[in-house]
Ligand binder design. Structure first.
Ligand code: C5P
Length: 228
């Protein structure tokens, strides 16, 4: 299926694996656009809370997803700020609680269809790095290069914990660890667009790698394939 007219590189994997850091860095190196698809699911969770739409109300969530007034603004080379109805929602979006709600509404096909259409709009010139769970399998099946990152749950929980601490949040490692495992289970076991590597994805275990090492490894593949 052809869904994109430009080069799309997909970066899928579980929570806390470092897709965001790696994706933004690669997009910068390649001067490509960057899509954080999880941010769309998280924004929908924030919007549902704002507009009092229940997480079981599939119809209400679908309507909300189709009318979501979301935009992203690059604040610096590595920071992209998300806005909902013109309001900066960076802090709310980062909360693990928001991510948990996002993984509940991500179970519904109505929501996924609405958000898939919006995600495809990001595939514009000169190219796109798309990060998520189903970028290579469902949203951009014709992507030119697909990566699937993994890391042990301990490493991922610690990475997420550090990230939240740096932001000044009052979080506990055991709580983050538990929420991460619950979310992984929901994302991997759902019927629609589960978290699985695409058949043609290149898998990389990043447990013992720094973000810089991961970027270098993936950029090597990009160069070897002659994509850039
Ligand atoms: O990537 P992030 O942690 O921000 O994603 C939050 C949640 O949104 C995930 O746990 C997952 O349930 C959902 N999601 C999804 N498909 C994507 C991206 C995120 O189902 N492509």
């Amino acid at each position: 299926m052809i869904v994109s007219a430009v080069n799309v590189l997909t970066l899928d994997g579980p929570s806390g694996v470092g897709k965001g850091t790696v994706g933004v860095s690669m997009a910068k190196k390649l001067s490509y656009n960057y899509l954080d698809s999880g941010a769309l699911y998280r924004t929908l969770a924030v919007a549902a809370e704002r507009w009092d739409v229940d997480l079981n109300d599939k119809k209400g969530l679908k309507k909300l997803a189709n009318n979501l007034d979301i935009s992203f603004q690059a604040e610096s080379a590595s920071t992209i700020k998300p806005f909902l109805d013109g309001e900066d929602i960076t802090r709310e979006l980062m909360l693990e609680n928001t991510a948990s709600k996002a993984s509940v509404l991500a179970l519904y096909s109505e929501v996924r269809t609405a958000l898939t259409a919006r995600q495809r709009l990001f595939a514009i010139s000169p190219g796109l790095i798309a990060d998520g769970r189903d970028m290579g399998t469902v949203v951009f099946p014709d992507a030119i290069l697909k990566f699937f990152l993994t890391a042990s749950v301990e490493t991922r929980a610690k990475r997420r914990y550090k990230q939240l601490l740096l932001r000044g949040d009052n979080v506990s490692l055991p709580a983050i660890w538990r929420q991460l495992e619950e979310r992984d289970k929901r994302d991997s076991e759902r019927n629609i667009s589960p978290l699985v590597p695409a058949e043609d994805a290149i898998e990389l275990d990043t447990t013992y790698m720094s973000a810089g090492e991961v970027v270098d490894a993936l950029m090597d593949v990009v160069m070897v394939r002659g994509i850039f």
